[in-house]
Design a binder for this molecule. Structure first.
Ligand code: CMP
Length: 139
């Protein structure tokens, strides 16, 4: 199995954390159409990443390698040096480049020391492909 396969990428986590991650993914405008099992699989494979105050979590114009849920801390979303918004706890971000294979539409900067849960693009794609294959087998 490649290391980005869903089965290999699972990271154990508390039920309370899983619940918060599921809620954060489900309230995202672009992810809420995904199936319940796809969201569950994503949550299973998310892992912690922390950032220091002032650090770029991701940068506008660059390719996207992860989507994130903010667990703790505060983030600013900046486009062409202009502040678009601030993000508070248990919000999904960085989903656009992962879903649409575009470059990052904005930069996200840690305004405090920050804890996120990240999901690798390859694992996300693996989860989507897996669903398609299971569905194909049913016909
Ligand atoms: P992505 O383009 O992958 O990387 C930058 C992220 O910033 C983007 O995904 C969204 O999650 C977020 N983002 C972009 N524009 C806005 C906006 N206007 N308001 C809130 N979040 C945004």
């Amino acid at each position: 199995l490649p290391k980005f396969s869903f089965e290999e990428a699972r990271v154990p986590k508390d039920a309370s954390v899983k619940k918060l991650l599921i809620e954060a993914l489900n309230k995202n405008e672009y992810l809420k159409r995904l199936e319940v099992q796809q969201i569950r699989d994503m949550v299973e494979c998310m892992y912690q990443r922390s950032f220091q105050q002032g650090e770029f979590v991701l940068q506008q114009g660059q390719p996207g390698h992860h989507l994130f849920v903010l667990a703790d801390g505060r983030l600013d979303v900046v486009q062409h040096s202009k502040l678009l918004t601030s993000i508070a706890g248990w919000t999904t971000f960085g989903e656009l480049a992962i879903l649409y294979n575009c470059t990052r539409t904005a930069s996200v900067i840690a305004m405090s020391s920050t804890l996120t849960w990240a999901l690798d693009r390859e694992v996300f794609q693996n989860i989507m492909r897996r669903t398609a294959e299971i569905r194909h087998q049913q016909y």
